[in-house]
Design a protein around this ligand. Structure first.
Ligand SMILES: C[S@@+](CC[C@H](N)C(=O)[O-])C[C@H]1O[C@@H](n2cnc3c(N)ncnc32)[C@H](O)[C@@H]1O
Length: 245
């Protein structure tokens, strides 16, 4: 006959393990947004985890995204090579703009596809025009919403955001949506200008520090797998979805 105490001691560790195992299944906790009356130049006056969100770059500036100097400044071909993609991967380019990265990624996934997500129809139109001109068939434009990338659950192997995340005005909801769309083992590539480097000639709200990015991705239990430091001005940070939501 075992005592009540012995029974408790026998059950507790099992119960604790079960609860610990279940913890990641709980939804990410929303840290909240703050609104300040004074906004900084190029900011929207809305803060997330201590960071002021920047305004969205309008489609009128799409030409600037294709400026020739970007090849040296942002080394786009080296970026996509370093994603380690398989030919059948499905990759979401979130905040795709004119498709500067989407078209490069599409070449690396001939049996897969790129989902080019943006909230500006004009950007998706630019991508459609170039698809037709270049005969590219494995890019699909997706009209996103400010708080939803509109991607089906468990549908993508990777997501990339280049110079875009800092201007998402609902970053929590966006990463939640991307996280849900990722398959387990899938990766998020987040590229932002280095906020801790004063020599990078970009306005402060259009940069992010590595520490801030890790803090914001950590809310979702995403594992910080790597930071590739080969780029002149940006971090190429890699996060992995290590378990089901
Ligand atoms: C500075 S551009 C960068 C475009 C592209 N990634 C590149 O590197 O050339 C940022 C893009 O993010 C888009 N964007 C902003 N908020 C978004 C959101 N919540 N969801 C999807 N796209 C968004 C903007 O419309 C804009 O086209």
């Amino acid at each position: 006959m075992i005592s009540a105490r012995q029974l408790r001691l026998a059950i507790l560790p099992t119960l604790t393990s079960v609860l610990l195992y279940m913890a990641p299944l709980q939804a990410a906790e929303f840290p909240g947004y703050e609104v300040a009356p004074e906004r900084r130049t190029t900011g929207i006056g809305k803060f997330y985890m201590g960071r002021e969100i920047s305004f969205v770059m309008g489609h009128q500036a799409a030409g600037w995204l294709n400026r020739p100097g970007r090849i040296q400044e942002e080394m786009p071909d080296e970026v996509v090579e370093n994603m380690g993609l398989d030919p059948d991967h499905v990759v979401a380019d979130i905040g795709a703009g004119s498709g500067y990265f989407s078209f490069r990624i599409a070449k690396l996934v001939p049996q897969g596809k790129v989902l080019a997500v943006d909230i500006q129809q004009e950007m998706l139109d630019i991508i459609e025009e170039r698809k037709a001109a270049d005969g590219v068939t494995n890019i699909e434009g997706v009209m996103g919403e400010v708080d939803d990338p509109n991607l089906p659950p468990n549908s993508i192997d990777a997501a990339i955001m280049v110079d875009a995340y800092h201007e998402f005005d609902h970053p929590f909801e966006m990463i939640d949506g991307i996280n849900n769309a990722l398959r387990v083992g899938g990766r998020i590539f987040l590229l932002e200008y280095r906020g801790e480097d004063d020599s990078v000639p970009i306005r402060p709200l259009h940069k992010m520090t590595e520490e801030q990015v890790v803090k914001e991705m950590g809310v979702f239990g995403l594992e910080w797998t790597d930071t590739l430091d080969f780029l002149p001005w940006q971090h190429m940070m890699v996060f992995t979805k290590v378990r089901e939501n």
